[in-house]
Ligand binder design. Structure first.
Ligand SMILES: Nc1ncnc2c1ncn2[C@@H]1O[C@H](COP(=O)(O)OP(=O)(O)OP(=O)(O)O)[C@@H](O)[C@H]1O
Length: 622
């Protein structure tokens, strides 16, 4: 279908629905409103308290019954998620002032979220349970904050973290900080699975803490070439002057030089691998990794001549001062790909603080997706506050926590394991042979709808139309590349982002910011009458030139906040599981904004059974 035909179709449909007016909710407090439980979610609304043997807090929390509501036996998600639920407490803070925040912190929260913003359910739960009253007993906390995508988990963990760090700093004003031979001695770590998310979280934390003046840094070193012993002097010099930290706000980088670079850091954000590298020295595991690669490639020799010998740099980070560790996207960071690094880092902190914990091998049971079983717990007790956050609690994470952190308290929002209520789902059928053409048609339909909305608005006729940005999720890198090329040749310029894309190696988020920011200048003009198809301007305003479509894999499905720019997500390959689906879809419909996820699938013939199965599961999420 051409642009013109698509546009006309939209016009016809709109004419039919002409009498239906869309209610535009007030922007103030929209997020909190959209997250209130309704219908079935209200019944199942959950504050989930994990420790069955040790009821942990508050009179108003109904104790976990251990029983599953009847209707959940038929829930197709049961195989993936821990769906245990209890009742939401009746009394939760309804604003950011009770318990009181430090004045500077409150001011920044209002600046960032808006003067009328009220806490979302997960933020209210966090305020209620995690804000330490001055003089309250100091004990290491262990909490899981779980709520649907885009519901404000970052603020939910930042408030107790920043408030506590500032208070401790004020209380110990005058007393010198512990001396350490290492240049960086953070008081808190925030772990995230990707550099992109680390940078975004650090930038956000900076905004929230700029008045109370805590120092937030992102440990996001630009990827540089490996350092070999053969060229040790030159390469060592290179390492000591290369980029150490990325300044997430400005994109500037500060250049460190080994031990000479000294700067106090309160909160350091990074991937577990990058933080281990700072703790142990760059190159600490390269030899082992190269060895494993050689083994995977089938090398039988113990000393493979192709395995290079790597130089290990000086460690740069001390762990003795750490009081808090936040594990964002905990279900990923405790999954088999990240689990070893995450637990190694946590264990190293405990050791540095003089309370070593065993790094137990992960039991296959705790990592399995099977329903939790009453295992004999092997508790790990870390000497720091541990906060995990996640939008999904797969059974594997639930098992892991029951086994190793039986005292950890789980706080969950009423709509956990549901799509945000402001997100609409549409199913698009493949029409036949050419899937790329179907995707293109759907993209153009979104733009035609933009033009129609513009034409019906009070904006002056002929003024530019703002075209929507769209994220397209594929399963494989090869598909991302192929689709980007095809759409490009058909006049839809795309940004392709895969794990090893060059743009990711630059140590900043400019590749994402550029895509999102260009929206202001990327416009088309509409004629004065709505039936006239949009006219494309040349150059920047032309989506054939300026990318309006980001094509990627699940890499960008985790944690990244694209609101309010992204309202459309396309899922063109069947997601591997519903966890993947929730996270991909959750890049739109955030913070109470409206959004739409379009799921492509086969309506008949081969593969249609699987599509129908997926639809059922998606219905269970809404
Ligand atoms: N109380 C609030 N009122 C209005 N907007 C809010 C509020 N809290 C957070 N937001 C906004 O909501 C958006 C999403 O927040 P955030 O990224 O923390 O969500 P999340 O729950 O961590 O999502 P994900 O699970 O995808 O990581 C952000 O743009 C944030 O500024």
């Amino acid at each position: 279908m051409s642009t013109t035909t698509a546009f006309r179709t939209v016009i016809r449909r709109a004419a039919r629905k002409n009498s239906v007016k869309t209610a535009v909710p007030s922007s103030k407090g929209r997020l909190a409103q959209s997250l209130q439980p309704t219908g079935r979610a209200k019944k199942l609304g959950s504050l989930h308290v994990a420790p069955r043997s040790r009821p942990s807090f508050s009179r108003d929390v109904a104790p976990h019954s251990g029983k599953r509501p009847k209707q959940q036996h038929s829930n197709p998600l049961e195989a993936h998620f821990d769906l245990s639920t209890t009742t939401l407490p009746k009394t939760l803070p309804s604003d950011f002032t009770s318990p009181p925040l430090l004045p500077g912190l409150l001011q920044s929260v209002k600046e960032v979220l808006g003067q009328d913003a009220v806490p979302t359910p997960i933020q209210a739960l966090s305020l209620k349970h995690l804000m330490k009253e001055p003089g309250a007993e100091s004990k290491w906390k262990e909490y899981l904050l779980a709520s649907e995508t885009g519901s404000g988990k970052s603020i939910a963990y930042l408030l107790p973290l920043l408030q506590d760090l500032k208070r401790t700093e004020l209380e110990s004003a005058g007393s010198p900080r512990k001396s350490s031979p290492r240049p960086f001695n953070p008081r808190a770590l925030v772990l995230a699975p990707t550099h992109e998310l680390s940078r975004q979280l650090a930038g956000f934390a900076k905004k929230v803490s700029h008045i109370i003046k805590l120092r937030i840094q992102c440990a996001s070193r630009a990827n540089t070439s490996s350092t070999t012993k053969n060229n040790s002097t030159a390469s060592k010099m290179k390492t000591t002057t290369e980029v150490v930290f990325d300044n997430c706000d400005t994109g500037d980088v500060m250049v460190g030089s080994g031990g000479r670079f000294n700067r106090e850091v309160d909160v350091l954000v990074g991937t577990p691998m990058k933080l281990l590298e700072l703790e142990k020295g760059k190159g600490w595991n390269w030899e082992q990794r190269a060895h494993e690669r050689a083994l995977r490639a089938g090398s039988k020799k113990t000393e493979d001549p192709t395995v290079r010998k790597f130089w290990v740099d000086e460690p740069e980070m001390g762990l003795e001062s750490i009081e808090w560790v936040i594990v964002d996207e905990a279900d990923v960071l405790f999954d088999p790909d990240f689990e070893a690094s995450t637990r190694q880092l946590l264990a190293d902190i405990a050791t540095a603080k003089g309370q070593p914990v065993p790094v137990l091998p992960v039991s296959p049971v705790s990592l399995s997706d099977a329903r939790p079983t009453p295992e004999s717990p092997q508790p790990i007790s870390y000497p720091f506050h541990l906060l995990l956050t996640s939008a999904t609690i797969p059974n594997s994470l639930s098992n892991y926590l029951s086994t190793h952190h039986p005292a950890l308290v789980r706080l969950a929002s009423p709509k956990l394991h549901h799509l945000p209520s402001t997100l609409r789902t549409e199913h698009a059928k493949w029409t036949g042979g050419n899937k790329d053409a179907d995707i293109e048609r759907r993209i153009r339909r979104v733009w035609a709808e933009d033009a129609l909305t513009h034409a019906k608005s009070a904006l002056p006729a002929g003024s530019p139309v703002k075209l929507s940005k769209i994220i397209v999720f594929c399963n494989k890198r090869s598909k991302v590349e192929q689709l980007t090329t095809v759409l490009g040749t058909r006049g839809v310029a795309c940004v392709a982002l895969t794990g090893d894309a060059d743009a990711r190696k630059r140590g900043n988020n400019h590749h994402l910011d550029g895509f999102l920011k260009s929206s202001d200048s990327s416009m088309i003009t509409s004629g004065s009458r709505p039936l006239k198809p949009p006219v494309l301007r040349a150059g920047l305003s032309n989506p054939a030139v300026t990318p309006h479509v980001l094509v990627t894999t699940s890499l960008l499905s985790r944690g990244l906040d694209f609101s309010p720019e992204i309202k459309h997500v396309f899922i063109v390959d069947e997601p591997r599981n519903m966890i993947d689906f929730l996270h991909r879809a959750g890049r739109a419909g955030r913070a109470g904004e409206s959004g739409k996820v379009v799921v492509f699938g086969r309506a008949q013939g081969r593969g249609s059974g699987r599509t129908e199965e997926m639809r059922k599961k998606i219905r269970a999420l809404t």
